[in-house]
Design a protein around this ligand. Structure first.
Ligand SMILES: Cc1cc2nc3c(=O)[nH]c(=O)nc-3n(C[C@H](O)[C@H](O)[C@H](O)COP(=O)(O)OP(=O)(O)OC[C@H]3O[C@@H](n4cnc5c(N)ncnc54)[C@H](O)[C@@H]3O)c2cc1C
Length: 565
């Protein structure tokens, strides 16, 4: 019979390893990044909020940043994704219920978002900086978890479209704006707070919604407005437990926008039947569904035949939130990478102090900072658009540019950040796989890359003032950076003829987006960050990977500024 070896090391003598079975001690492994201060620990966010006109919100944002960064809040994001929603089409007795069950952590995140007015604050408390303050709140909340942002955003974005129909607005807006989350599967009449979804995409076309085949049959007027019954299908309906959906269907007068409630006013179920839930690579905490509309009651929003124009107001707002969400994902990915590398050693030194890693980290930090800076600048334009035509024109062009560029950068950024963590970064118990899988979603929905580029073209050709506002914005940074000045001059030349814009759309939109980001950085970010961004992104050096920065930059300063606390 083999005998255990006699105690021979300190652990055994201390009684920690009475059987002599210890194989190793765990060392050189970072601790979890938790109990973060998402506002106080983010210099770029604090400065951006003040720069863009929401300094008044700093105290409230500071309290929220600590609350959202707490370990127990971050854990909600983990739980909501580890336990995806499930669909019950029928109850046990065979009655149709179309019920999606979410994990309690998802509801908790929704409650947090709604209580802070992420779905309504600029509409209910308009003031200079209202969009900026909301963007900052959304940015911090999205770092905790991205999926629940979908219904929050759709509810937020519904207001401009619904405000156009006085009867609908009177009935629905007070409940849409309430800071009260009520997930019960009951008619809206029984609730004080409701959420709104968006159902446009059909199988034959998502970008080209004019191809929608769902039909709308007028049935007369009721207390909410002109009523119709809708027959058709919708291939993507996210957050199907929303209380009503903005949708598009072919009415006698052409493609028209409608609001369809999940329950009819008489308390019966509106026949919007969920066929199945999508099996998604990201956005897992949130349900997305395929639905059949079997004579579903809906009220007209805007005139018949003006459906695209009516719902586009909603889409414009959701696109802006994609910018916030992707900026948030990049901030969290950079924070994870920075935190790991300041604790992990290889070849005798901390990774953060090793020059090749420092360059990669600085590049990730720069991208995150510039994305946030542009997002907050667009938020300011949204704040000022009703009183300042130039800001209105800037918002029109900067939102699709920002949506296009920022959302497209996020997947590669998430991957590089993951690699900074080595093998553990690719493990499912690390936050990185979730950040990585989440990253492409914002780029695809609400208008994929090419569609954003074509929207930029539409903006410029229909309203040349948008391009004037764009260049006026860049002019404001003239002299701040030589590379930026040269970039602006070349862009002006290239934007003179739009005949072949579609073919050059990606090239032009890349450069338009980078010019805008660089100008915001040049005017707002510290010298090291602004210089590095302009040098790295504007001086043409061909295809390159993260961390391939020009020499002579103050990388240590960039990394230090971005460290999470
Ligand atoms: C997780 C998730 C949730 C979603 N939730 C919803 C929802 O709640 N409600 C809803 O209505 N939709 C939803 N969608 C659908 C989404 O909005 C569409 O997938 C998107 O609009 C693209 O439409 P499509 O899939 O039909 O692709 P297509 O329209 O076929 O586009 C395919 C590709 O072609 C490109 N393209 C299109 N037109 C042109 C052109 N003229 N020139 C060059 N390139 C072009 C696009 O940029 C895209 O890259 C969701 C999608 C996802 C991934």
């Amino acid at each position: 019979m083999p005998q255990r070896a006699a105690p021979h090391d300190a652990d055994q003598r201390a009684g920690l390893d009475p059987y002599g079975a210890a194989t190793h001690a765990v060392f050189n492994q970072p601790s979890e990044l938790a109990d973060l201060d998402l506002f106080g620990g983010d210099a770029a966010l604090q400065e951006g909020v003040a720069r863009e006109g929401a300094g008044w919100a700093s105290n409230e944002l500071a309290a929220l940043g600590a609350r959202l960064g707490a370990a127990k809040t971050l854990e909600l994001g983990v739980l909501a994704n580890r336990n995806p929603p499930e669909l019950d089409t029928h109850d046990r007795y065979g009655n149709r219920v179309d019920l999606v069950r979410y994990h309690p952590a998802y509801h908790e995140l929704m409650r947090l978002a709604v209580e802070q007015g992420l779905h309504s604050s600029p509409w209910t408390e308009p003031r200079p900086g209202a969009h900026v303050a909301r963007a900052a709140r959304y940015y911090m909340q999205a770092q905790v978890e991205a999926g629940h942002g979908c219904p929050v955003t759709m509810t937020f974005a519904a207001t401009p479209s619904l405000a156009k129909e006085p009867d609908l607005a009177r009935h629905w807006l007070p409940k849409i704006h309430a800071r009260l989350y009520d997930p019960r599967n009951v008619p809206a009449a029984d609730k004080q707070g409701v959420t709104i979804g968006m159902a446009m995409t059909e199988k034959q076309g998502g970008s080209d919604v004019r191809a929608n085949a769902t039909r709308a049959f007028p049935i007369g007027r009721d207390a909410m407005g002109e009523a119709y019954e809708l027959v058709g299908h919708k291939f993507f309906v996210s957050a199907p437990m929303c209380d009503a959906f903005l949708t598009l269907a072919q009415a006698p007068g052409g493609l028209t926008c409608f609001l369809a409630p999940r329950w009819r006013p008489d308390g019966t179920k509106n026949p919007i039947q969920i066929v199945r839930l999508k099996r998604k690579m990201g956005n897992v905490s949130n349900a997305s569904s395929e639905t059949e509309w079997r004579g579903a009651l809906a009220w007209r929003v805007g005139p018949e035949g003006r459906g695209v124009a009516t719902i586009l107001e909603m889409v414009a707002a959701t696109r802006f939130d994609c910018m916030i969400g992707s900026s948030a994902g990049m901030r969290m990915a950079a924070a994870q990478a920075l935190d790991h590398c300041r604790q992990r050693k290889a070849f005798g030194a901390l990774l953060i102090d090793q020059p090749a890693m420092r360059a990669a980290l600085a590049d990730l930090a720069l991208e995150a900072e510039a994305s946030l800076a542009l997002t907050l600048r667009v938020a300011r334009a949204l704040d000022a658009r009703s009183t300042d035509p130039r800001e209105d024109a800037l918002a029109r062009i900067a939102a699709p540019l920002g949506k296009y560029w920022i959302c497209k950068r996020a997947p590669a950024h998430a991957y590089e950040a993951m690699e900074c963590l080595g093998g553990s970064g690719a493990m499912e118990d690390s936050p990185m796989p979730r950040l990585y899988r989440e990253a492409p979603i914002n780029a695809i929905w609400e208008g994929s890359g090419n569609v954003q580029c074509l929207d930029v073209l539409r903006a410029i050709s229909r309203a040349p003032k948008t391009l004037e506002a764009y260049f006026a914005e860049l002019e404001a940074a003239r002299g701040a950076n030589r590379a930026l000045d040269a970039h602006v001059a070349a862009l002006k030349d290239d934007m003179r003829g739009l005949a072949d814009f579609e073919e050059r759309a990606r090239d032009l939109c890349d450069r338009l987006a980078l010019g805008l980001m660089a100008s915001v950085m040049a005017r707002g970010a510290p010298g090291a960050d602004a210089d590095a961004f302009c040098a790295a992104r504007l001086e043409g050096r061909g295809a390159r990977n993260w961390g391939a920065l020009p020499k002579g930059l103050d990388l240590a300063a960039i990394v230090k500024r971005a460290l999470p606390r």
